[in-house]
Design a protein around this ligand. Structure first.
Ligand SMILES: C[S@@+](CC[C@H](N)C(=O)[O-])C[C@H]1O[C@@H](n2cnc3c(N)ncnc32)[C@H](O)[C@@H]1O
Length: 272
């Protein structure tokens, strides 16, 4: 069964990841670390965009590099997991692959809370459908000081959940935003009291007083509170409708590692 999602932004996202993996492997070639690639929302290996364009998925692109000592893929959907197992068996039988049928947040927190940062370095790709990546997961990843992260942040999802009128932000939206941002301070930052347009009323309404650009800057600031560096994202749009912010963040606190990774990732974010 075809795995259909995305559009032209999918190509930019996947090309950015692929370019980074190739550059990363070149830089790490002469270092003594073991290298791991983790794809936490792995899909099936291949994908077809809604415009019927067939693309190699993130898993296939990572496996094609053939440079990592270990590959871990996490996929929650049983059918897609089975397809992915088959795909890896057929196309990449010699790679050291582990394919987990699991929830990404839980699996990542388990894996990274006991990660061997002395001997391993790696790249993690977070490519969820929606607002699924929990802040508590990002904190554990940032703590490894060993993992570089590409994160497709659902900017449109955040904008939609942070509805213009506070009265339309129900409990489930509130909780989804808390989970993805790891704080509830956004309520007072994004929202303020606004006089009603009705001149004859003393009422006021609570409304969102910040725009989409502000939301994106806020997310960047939040990521920079836990990662030594999170770069300005690449905005991914459908035509001129903003959908995602593609982030790169590095958890390594070595200045040399940061300079190398940031130089490469910045170039990719601006030129893909
Ligand atoms: C956008 S697709 C990923 C596509 C993939 N990166 C590629 O390039 O082919 C998101 C995938 O995450 C899976 N997924 C959704 N929620 C998940 C979760 N909590 N844990 C793990 N996988 C999840 C979906 O079943 C879907 O296959």
């Amino acid at each position: 069964m075809l795995h259909k999602f995305g559009g032209n932004w999918t190509q930019i996202k996947l090309d950015s990841l692929e370019k980074y993996l190739n550059a990363y492997l070149k830089v790490m070639k002469n270092q003594s670390f073991q290298l791991i690639y983790i794809d936490a929302f792995a899909g099936t290996g291949e994908c077809t965009t809604k415009d019927e364009e067939a693309l190699l998925g993130s898993v296939a692109r990572a496996l094609n590099t053939n440079g990592f000592d270990k590959y871990i893929f996490i996929e929650k959907d049983e059918k897609r997991h089975a397809q992915l197992v088959q795909f890896c068996r057929d196309k990449f039988p010699d790679r050291n692959v582990s394919i987990q049928l699991a929830d990404a947040n839980k699996e990542l927190r388990d894996m990274f809370s006991r990660f061997d940062s002395k001997n391993w370095r790696g790249v993690l790709f977070l490519d969820p459908y929606g607002m699924s990546v929990e802040w508590s997961t990002l904190k554990v990843i940032a703590k490894t000081r060993a993992i570089d992260v590409w994160y497709l942040f659902p900017l449109a999802g955040l904008f939609r959940n942070a509805a213009r009128n506070w009265e339309n932000v129900d409990k489930s939206k509130e909780q989804a935003i808390d989970r993805i941002l790891g704080t509830d301070e956004w309520k007072t930052i994004f929202y303020s009291e606004h006089p009603q347009s009705d001149l004859f009323s003393d009422d006021s309404a609570i409304v969102r007083s910040v725009d989409l650009n502000y939301l994106e800057r806020y997310v960047t600031e939040r990521l920079n509170t836990i990662f030594p560096a999170a770069l300005e994202p690449r905005r991914l749009c459908n035509g001129n409708i903003p959908l995602f912010s593609l982030y790169f963040a590095i958890s390594n606190d070595s200045k040399r590692a940061q300079d190398a990774a940031i130089g490469i990732a910045n170039y990719i974010l601006k030129n893909t």
